[in-house]
Ligand binder design. Sequence first.
Ligand code: B12
Length: 491
Amino acid sequence: VRVLLINPTQGEAIESEAGSLPAAGSGPYPPLGLLYLQASLEAAGHGTEIVDGNIPGELERGLARVAGGERPGLVGVTALTPNLAGVVATVAAARRALPGARVALGGPHVDLFPREAVRLEGVDFALAGEGEPTLPLLAAALEAGRAPDPAEIPGLISRERELEGAGEGDAAAAGLAPRDDGASASALSERPVVRELDSIAIPERGRLEVTRYRGVGGDDRVYATMVTSRGCPYRCTFCSTPGGYRFRDPEGIVEEMERCGRLGVGHVYFLDDTFPTQGRRLHALCEAMMRRKLPPWSCRTAAFGLTAENLRLMRRAGCGRLQIGVETGTAEGLRVVGKRATLGQIERAFEAARSAGISTMAYFMLGLPNERTADDVRKMIRFAKRLGPTYAMFNVLTLYPGTALFRDAAARGLVRKEIWHEFALRPTKEFVAPIWDEHLSRDTLVALQSTAYRSFYMRPMAVLRLLREGGGILPKVKAGLGLLGIHLPSR
Ligand code: B12
């Protein structure tokens, strides 16, 4: 069957971090997960189309276009927990435009709440895990007119079977109960994943209008997003990303970057949970990059293991910017969030990045369980200033489902463990995501967040750095801070 893949509208997303962020001006991200699914479906012989509802007006336009053409038999929608109300609205719109199609949900939310997801209005299937191996199987079953069999499609739950089971009472109810970490009791302990990343088809970005995806990094270049790995080697306590760290072969990565370049992409942004920055893997990748003419790139990674030598190598291979999750500024805080780097290592990594000529974006959190007073938070702010990244972002820690910190908060009675499970069954835009407010109230934390921005950016040194190293993002940062009532000195 033909498959329509939809990135949902964002208008209904909950305010997932307390306090607003100076994110003004970051352009839309290309729907990378859907591009991967599209490539795998096409390789299996299914016609596809992507509608990127994240672009204003595009959901309505795209659905009207699809309804007027060859109609899809299956619609797949990506679900992230914070935007679940937007997912429900998107499913409703797809149902209205394409009454005959079946609807499947996938993505990080479905990994955590598969049975809740399949009960949402208008949803026929929930498919947990990485969809490349499984979504083509679902499409094939529908094409053959068979009821898709969960025994043959790992991670699949169908609404029919789920609601049949509901009549049986306790067993079904038990499967729906929340776990201590806020995820669903039915969340798969081992979600289906692609074992051999080199075996899956490379996204065909030319199927989308690539030039729409400008400014992801705050400047005006056309951005493509990519991954070199999936899963994560770390177990940070605020994150729900599953382990299963897997890598791609360098040749496939540079081949994909080259294709991006041919499409007119001006910058490749690697979205790996943790971009591999060490050892033989980094060397092989950088050497493969240096053998070709490729767009410049940036990545998300951790400070652990970022040595001066590796940073110089990355710079030569085209790396212009690093986004680093520093999170906090004390040894105790780093222990609480489960980061492996020491404060000294972090400082050396930022210093080395500066001398290698790579700009840095540092991400910090406030409202950690060990921060008992405003002074504790100020230690983090002082550390941020001492590090001197090109750009810094400060957010109040949100207790997301499936994380160790949520479990700790539930165990201490700070949050009800049902809170995300209830949201997963009845999502609304008004939902207030839980934070660690044992010591510092939400209002205090939001005020301290403002203090952090003010204190970080209201320094001539910070403005100078943005000007020198920021690659043109200064106006966007100014606009973002303006929304918080912070007005930067002009020089
Ligand atoms: C880029 C990114 C963003 C971008 C764009 C979002 C997007 N839709 O791509 C922006 C900046 C907007 C963003 C914002 C946020 N994000 Co974000 N983001 C990511 C990031 C780094 C990369 C996503 C990606 O492209 N991955 C690579 C592709 C290949 O994987 P994928 O998208 O997961 O798709 C695969 C599967 O999920 C599945 N799949 C996906 N869709 C579908 C659909 C169907 C039908 C099926 C069957 C399967 C399926 O198959 C795909 C191929 O294998 C991930 C972390 C990560 N590395 O994955 C976090 C992540 C998705 N973000 C997360 C969060 C929490 C947020 C924010 C709250 C802010 C924050 N604190 O980071 C906001 C909220 C956004 C919102 N309103 O919904 C969480 C989501 C957790 C959850 N419970 O939903 C993640 C997983 C990070 C984490 N571990 O905490 N994010």
